[in-house]
Design a protein. Sequence first.
Length: 158
Amino acid sequence: MRRSSGETVSPDEARSLALRYLARRDYATRELEQKLVQRGADGAAAAQVVDALVAEGLMNDARFAENYCRLKVAGGQGAQRMRAGLRQRGVDEALVDQALAAYAGDWEDAALAFLGRRAGDLGNEKERARLYRAGLRRGFSHEQVMRAIDRLRRERAV
């Protein structure tokens, strides 16, 4: 909350603002720090507020990554897109790997479910190319998309 005179938000106001943000949804630590700075807190104060929230157990990047992955898997996203989203939010690479490892065997089924909802005539090469591009955009690997398309073709040929 930047005031009209350009002065910055106090640490108490930054904490209050951070708690309001966390009441709406979970944030990664770096993501919340950036949000507080955008609202007028100075960088040191924002980092101090976030560190205090982590120490109190109100924030946790591992929990954020798990929740993020669970939500995105349910929405039909693949691992590559989730990895990029977590990196963008500043989550440590080890935590990203840990969160994605929980879904290690589910990617092909997720790709199949996603593409199955969108598939038309799989005998048509243009339709398969369209599905392929859609699968890649959603963050599935080449192999996962190709296996899903092949399974759909086999299932629908019967």
